[in-house]
Design a protein. Sequence first.
Length: 112
Amino acid sequence: MTIGVTAATGQLGRLVIEQLLKTQPAESLVAIVRDPQKATDFAERGVTVRQADYEDAAALRTALGGVDRLLLVSGPEVGNRLTQHGRRGCGCRVPCLHECLPCRRQPVASRP
């Protein structure tokens, strides 16, 4: 199983990767970052580092390729979080996530 973490060089993302490295093989982790230079320490330890940005759907699709599970860490721009995470009937919130990872949630019924 491959586990992806977005914003992996941020405060929360970095802590998550460090904890995952204690229980998961580095080869099973994907650190999704805006600046790969900030993740060289992860790459040196065997973590796959992929560059993407919430504003670049194509790069995000590519970065999520082969990821089985994802921790989506919001960007710091509070007003942009809904846009970053998108919306779908199933409750998934990443605009292109459904194209990269199978959604395991049931659609949420619309209320009149």
